[in-house]
Design a protein around this ligand. Structure first.
Ligand SMILES: [Zn+2]
Length: 161
């Protein structure tokens, strides 16, 4: 299903059709800018190199199983708090949790892949392991200053990757 609506460009004030969802959106489709202004923004940004890149660095700070347990515990706590707050206010509560698509072992369906991501004290970790294979990967999200090469833990901000 395609969702479109008429929007007014926040820069030039032109009314235009914005395609909010669905297949076949125009090339310069943006909810705030008309196609002409959005193209100008994209062209201008294309000349500015990125200053920071994301790098996932392997780490041994935690095992994959430890991170899964921490993530599950944190979610259960947050879920219980959100549910209690909603019920206190007489609101409907729908639990939502970010999930990661696991891999599947077609030869052994009992061999289950667990994959996830969690933050501990502002540091983001991701993990993946198989219940029967014993192999696991754990890495931490870092940001690398492109000019200096300096690595530091990724800081979550309102916008970004
Ligand atoms: Zn415009």
């Amino acid at each position: 299903m395609t969702t479109q609506y008429i929007s007014r460009c926040v820069h030039c004030g032109t009314g235009y059709t914005y395609q909010a969802s669905g297949h076949g959106a125009p090339e310069y489709n943006h909810g705030d800018y008309c196609p002409g202004c959005w193209k100008a923004v994209c062209d201008a940004l294309a000349t500015i190199p990125e200053a920071v890149e994301v790098i996932w660095v392997p780490t041994a700070e935690y095992t994959a199983q430890q991170l899964k347990t921490i993530a599950d515990t944190n979610w259960e706590k947050q879920n219980a708090e959100a549910k209690a707050a909603a019920e206190k206010n007489g609101q409907f509560y729908l639990p939502c949790r970010r999930v990661y698509a696991p891999l599947f072992d077609l030869n052994d369906p009992d061999n289950i892949n667990h994959t996830g991501e969690t933050s501990i004290a502002g540091i983001t970790y991701k993990w993946s392991f198989w219940t029967k294979r014993g192999d696991a990967t754990v890495s931490t999200k870092m940001e690398r200053d492109v000019a200096t090469g300096v690595l530091q833990p990724w800081r979550n901000c309102r916008h970004g990757r």
